[in-house]
Write a protein of this length. Structure first.
Ligand code: SF4
Ligand code: FES
Length: 334
């Protein structure tokens, strides 16, 4: 007899292991019915429960107790029960509540996407585009902070932080000396090292990748380019510290930045070390695997990315060279 649990999400049944959260059950189905998640991160133990973007309606609690749950629940923190029925995109109540959550997240977050390095790959930008209301009811000034350099490679722009705690969990769980955290409570809460101490260890750069907004940015990439003008390429190297599997972001022949590879939910597949991220910015440092698949909806795909190839990849292959002649000429003009 199977000891799996059957749950139905937006009318689609799925069988999952006991203890699975509704969000992860939805991820097993995939597609539109997966609730958005701004704070949950499957690779970080204890994450979730902070942002409320993953709210869903449980219209049937379980086979044993079919009563609906009285309020919307955070799907990242609610485990499935056998026979549970959940509504996400099929519930007008959830859609309405999510609009409110986005409005709440934007109460203090500046609308500075045109100058923010995260634009084009910002989860809050996507979320407000898909679920947000065009107006806000908030009349007060937003909280503002000075920008803080956390060491020489990372900059914290606290104005943009949504207090998801992902960077805190990252520093706690994959580095051995966390020196930053959330200080203060309520409207005074902020990410800080208190004395602007450098986050200084081999894996500290991963806080940049887990940050869902532009609060923690890579100083070696800041203001260098818009992400949709760059071409992501998968590459690897034999690294003694991490897996060495990364995404290189090219402009022409130049590697503008190096990040961990991310999955369909924007989570890193494997954390990478600072040497790979900050010190290996030459094509010669890497074994190029090929262009990274980018979702059709992504702004990074805006110039028909699937037909364009990064120059180092083109140059290695005469057929690609011929097929991409026009792109090659255009790119080498800059
Ligand atoms: S800095 Fe980024 S990752 Fe850290 S809590 Fe703020 S939004 Fe989350
Ligand atoms: S993702 Fe569930 S509360 Fe943030």
């Amino acid at each position: 007899m199977s000891d799996k649990i059957k749950v139905t999400i937006d009318g689609i049944p799925v069988e999952v292991e006991p203890g699975t959260s509704i969000l992860n059950a939805a991820r097993q189905i995939g597609g539109d019915i997966v609730p958005p998640a701004m704070c949950y991160y499957s690779k970080l133990e204890g994450s979730g429960g902070k942002c409320r973007t993953c709210l869903v309606k449980v219209s049937k609690g379980s086979e044993k107790d079919p009563r609906p749950m009285p309020k919307l629940v955070a799907s990242c923190r609610t485990t499935v029960m056998d026979g549970m029925e959940v509504q996400n995109i099929t519930s007008p109540e959830v859609i309405e509540a999510r609009k409110g959550v986005v409005e709440m997240l934007l109460i203090n977050h500046p609308l500075d996407c045109p100058i923010c390095d995260q634009a084009g790959e910002c989860h809050l930008q996507d979320l407000s585009y898909e679920h947000g209301a065009a107006t806000t009811r908030y009349e007060f000034d937003r909280r503002t902070f000075d920008r803080v350099d956390i060491g020489d490679k990372i900059q914290l722009h606290m104005n943009r932080c949504i207090l998801c705690y992902r960077c805190v969990f990252t520093a706690d769980q994959i580095t051995n000396n966390r020196v930053h955290g959330v200080l203060g409570r309520g409207d005074h809460a902020e990410i800080s090292t208190y004395i602007e101490k450098a986050i200084d260890n081999d894996f500290s750069g991963n806080v940049i990748d887990v940050c869902p907004v532009g609060a923690l940015t890579d100083k070696t990439f800041r203001f260098k380019n818009r992400v949709w003008f760059t071409k992501p390429v998968e590459a690897h190297r034999d690294c003694p510290t991490c897996s060495g599997k990364v995404t290189l972001w090219y402009k022409g022949e130049e590697v503008l930045r190096v990040t961990a590879r991310k999955d369909v939910y924007g989570e890193v597949e494997e954390f990478i070390c600072n040497t790979c991220r900050f010190d290996k910015k030459s094509t010669n440092d890497w074994v190029i695997e090929g262009p990274r698949q980018v979702s059709r909806q992504s702004v990074i795909n805006s110039n028909h990315y699937d037909t364009l190839q990064p120059l180092p990849v083109i140059k290695k292959n005469p057929e690609l060279m011929e097929a991409n002649k026009e792109q090659f000429e255009r790119a080498t003009k800059f």
